[in-house]
Write a protein that binds this ligand. Structure first.
Ligand code: GDP
Ligand code: CA
Length: 328
């Protein structure tokens, strides 16, 4: 069975671990979000690709969900001693090595997809990990300048776009987001292998990744959404919203920015029946099943908390079962 998964960082990576356990013989291609990528200290950092790579390769900091296990921060401390920031982005020493290798290879002319493959030769994630695109896409978030300058009042008109990482990591998503813009996405081409993997897939899965800044960004690369809709295979997603709130992170803030309520049903309808065939909601949201099905998307309520591998594998198995039901 060939499975294509559109993944962000933590939610995507943890789900993939469960999927690999539920379907050990499946051939899995992961299309990773690169809208979170950021250039820091002259290095190209790809947080979501690395979270998937480290999680599946056994190098992840388990409790934190991102970054390397047994990490140290000597380089960061030394940079800070020079007054060189940003200090809000936590790059550890082990992680730095990944970004140095990536930046060096890209400087030598290799595209991100080839670099990702080279990095994965070390980590052996057990899936084929493809960036959504080799082109530069950067998710920006539009905020009120008054919200960050602390100046109450003002003309109310001053807005500014900041990098998604600045919104999430520095500001902790503490101020309203008015728009989310995947800058460069409209000009981006899917990375080599992306459209082919979708066309050859037996099933496409949306893990409980952020619907706006993870899955939404991947779908914003021209051709990807169309390829999925045209593949003629079941497309099944799992809700990252449980009990009307994200399990972790800021999905509620970025959903509001695109005019979508933070409910499991609203996210399903945001993807729409033109894209999504099946949707899994948590048991606490069982009341949403009817609304989702009324929108033309087959829906089941099952436990959706990725508390351990067993629970996560059960979620993946349910997603594959729902795909079979849709195909049936
Ligand atoms: P990020 O790039 O690291 O933010 O990770 P993703 O976009 O892949 O996933 C983030 C989303 O995962 C958030 O919206 C969370 O609500 C969701 N999430 C995290 N853990 C769980 C879980 O155990 N169950 C469900 N249903 N969603 C989860
Ligand atoms: Ca991310």
């Amino acid at each position: 069975m060939r499975i294509v998964v559109l993944a962000g960082g933590i939610g995507g990576a943890r789900f993939l671990r469960g999927l690999m356990s539920a379907a050990p013989d499946a051939d899995i291609t992961v299309i990773g979000n690169t809208g979170d990528d950021i250039h820091l200290f002259g290095l190209k950092v790809c947080p979501d690709l690395d979270t998937v790579m480290y999680t599946l390769g056994g190098g992840i900091h388990e409790e934190q969900g991102w970054g390397r296990a047994e990490e140290t921060f000597t380089v960061k401390e030394e940079l800070a001693a020079y007054g060189v920031g940003p200090e809000w982005f936590g790059l550890g020493d082990r992680d730095f090595a990944t970004h140095i290798v990536r930046t060096q290879m890209m400087g030598a002319g290799y595209p991100l997809s080839a670099v990702t493959e080279a990095l994965c030769a070390r980590w052996q994630p057990g899936v084929r990990l493809l960036p959504m695109t080799d082109d530069r896409v950067e998710t920006h978030v539009l905020i009120d300048t008054a919200d960050i300058n602390g100046s109450a009042g003002g003309d109310g008109e001053g807005r500014k776009a900041i990098h998604f990482q600045e919104y999430w990591v520095r500001l902790r998503a503490s101020v309203p987001a008015h728009a989310v813009v995947p800058v460069g996405a409209d000009q981006a081409k899917p990375a080599p292998g992306v459209l082919e993997a979708i066309a050859d897939a037996d099933v496409v899965l949306f893990p409980p990744s952020n619907p706006v800044v993870s899955v939404g960004t991947i779908l914003a690369v021209p051709g990807v959404r169309e390829a999925i809709a045209d593949a003629g295979v079941p497309v099944v997603g799992l809700s990252p919203i449980v009990g009307d709130a994200p399990v972790r992170g800021m999905a509620d803030k970025v959903l509001a920015a695109v005019g979508v309520e933070s409910t499991a049903a609203a996210v399903a309808k945001h993807y729409g029946s033109g894209l999504l065939d099946g949707w899994l909601v948590d048991t606490v949201d069982a009341g949403a099943v009817e609304e989702v099905e009324a929108a033309g998307i087959r829906c089941r309520a099952i436990p959706l908390m990725m508390t351990d591998l067993k629970a996560t594998a059960a979620m993946a198995a349910e997603a594959l079962a729902l795909a079979e039901e849709v195909r049936g």
